[in-house]
Design a protein around this ligand. Structure first.
Ligand code: SF4
Ligand code: SF4
Length: 418
């Protein structure tokens, strides 16, 4: 997907070796790292998102504990943004929406956050990875810690690096193939099925009752991330691959002005994604995560900036951070305000699913995927009508769990759709 780091116009002169990098004229950038004082905005944004992820995780923990409580006490609030951790479910919802026009009400928050990330990537590149994603943040600080302990990060030979980078695109291709070829009925059935409704709880339980194998896999990833820069993001993350591919549509690029450049090579050296910034006039690589490390490290004013298209106007680190945070706050609050945020899975359903959690697995066969769906192949309008009838029927069945209100609403809906 990406070339060797910078697919833009490449200047003929190779970058100087790292050893020949001279100290910056302003004396502000410490050798081997981007200037931390210029990166405080990104650090603040990363910290804010990490804190919010921890708070959401704690609230979700309380929710799962309350699911197992048999005293009859009401459930703890479920933080809907936990659905951001289920991008495959969100991608299926988006595919269903595109194929049939049916708007998913099982995981609306997940769909909102997923679409926001995709659109933000098309608009301002892959900043999600280096500003928002907690795994990206963990990966970044793991390789920085590794450099402190080992004295350096190691690089993988480019002949091995290329096939390794293909892994994340192969994973992405597999998920795209598996989801896009699914018939509308299959998507519908999965999204409304028991497994999807309780997938967040199952994911929580996977980590709460972590197996030795999972611990070993995480330990191996942490060690590899300490040795090699951004190991997970660079080689394995299919979400990063999707965002990288979409980021190629973005007009935002890191631009180097050779007239101002001092050819010191600091930008290439600090890039966490090993992009040869000092060789390019514009960095268009799918690996660029708009982290501004290169810009912060550059000692020459005007030599390096993040700009829109070929314009010389640059977007400062602060403005980029404000755009990122504002997009998340405004879009999620707007979704709440219009009522498209809360899952339609009722507390009673959650309790019932929780008690059957060990029986609920993936629907692997096409037959199982379609068994509960509207019954025939239909055009989009017919499918939508069948969806309304089917949803009403499901609500009626779920009303048997003890929800009189829900049954009445389902009866009403069924009458209105017949
Ligand atoms: S250091 Fe520069 S080129 Fe490298 S990922 Fe960050 S913004 Fe992109
Ligand atoms: S853009 Fe800045 S950091 Fe990169 S080589 Fe030129 S002067 Fe050095």
């Amino acid at each position: 997907m990406a070339d060797n780091e910078s697919s833009a116009e490449i200047d003929a002169a190779p970058p100087p070796p790292a050893e020949s990098v001279k100290p910056p004229s302003n004396g502000k950038s410490p050798a081997g790292d981007s200037n931390p004082s210029r990166q405080w905005v990104r650090l603040a944004v990363q910290s804010g998102f990490i804190v919010s992820v921890l708070l959401v995780g704690w609230q979700f923990h309380l929710f799962v504990i309350s699911l197992g409580d048999t005293s009859g006490a009401p459930l703890a609030d479920r933080p809907e943004s936990v659905e951001a951790w289920l991008p495959i479910s969100s991608f299926m919802s988006l595919t269903l929406l595109a194929k049939s026009g049916i708007v998913n009400t099982v995981r609306p928050a997940g769909l909102v956050i997923f679409c926001l990330i995709l659109l933000l990537t098309v608009a301002v590149r892959r900043g999600f990875c280096s500003w928002v994603c907690p795994i990206g943040t963990l990966s970044e600080y793991t390789h920085k810690a590794g450099r402190k302990v080992l004295g350096r990060n190691f690089t993988i030979n480019r002949w091995i690096d290329y096939p390794l980078r293909a892994i994340k695109y192969l994973l992405l291709a597999f998920f795209l193939w598996a989801i896009l070829q699914m018939p509308t009925r299959g998507l519908y059935t999965f999204i409304h099925g028991d497994y999807n409704r309780i997938a967040d709880v199952k994911m929580y339980l996977l980590f709460a009752n972590i197996s030795m194998l999972t611990i070993c896999v995480f330990a191996a990833l942490i060690v590899l991330s300490a040795i090699f820069k951004n190991f997970w993001c660079r080689y394995l993350c299919p979400y990063g691959a999707l965002l990288g591919a979409l980021s190629l549509l973005s007009p935002i690029t890191v631009r180097r002005d050779p007239a101002h450049c001092g050819d010191c090579g600091r930008c290439s050296k600090v890039c966490p994604n090993s992009i040869s910034v000092s060789k390019a006039s514009r960095v268009k690589s799918a690996e660029c995560t708009a982290c501004y490390s290169c810009v912060s490290a550059c000692p020459k004013p005007g030599a390096l900036g993040v700009s829109i298209g070929r314009s010389k106007r640059t977007i400062s680190l602060l403005v980029y951070g404000v755009i990122t945070v504002a997009a998340f706050v405004l879009v999620t609050q707007a979704a709440r305000a219009v009522g498209y945020w809360q899952s339609d899975t009722s507390d009673a359903q959650y309790r019932e699913l929780y008690h059957r959690k060990d029986e609920i697995g993936h629907m692997r066969t096409p037959g199982a995927m379609q068994s509960a769906a509207p019954p025939r192949r239909m055009d989009a309008d017919a499918f939508r009508r069948a969806h309304q009838r089917h949803a009403a029927k499901l609500r009626l069945q779920q009303g048997g769990i003890g929800q009189q209100q829900s049954s009445e609403r389902a009866n009403r809906d069924m009458r209105s759709t017949e």
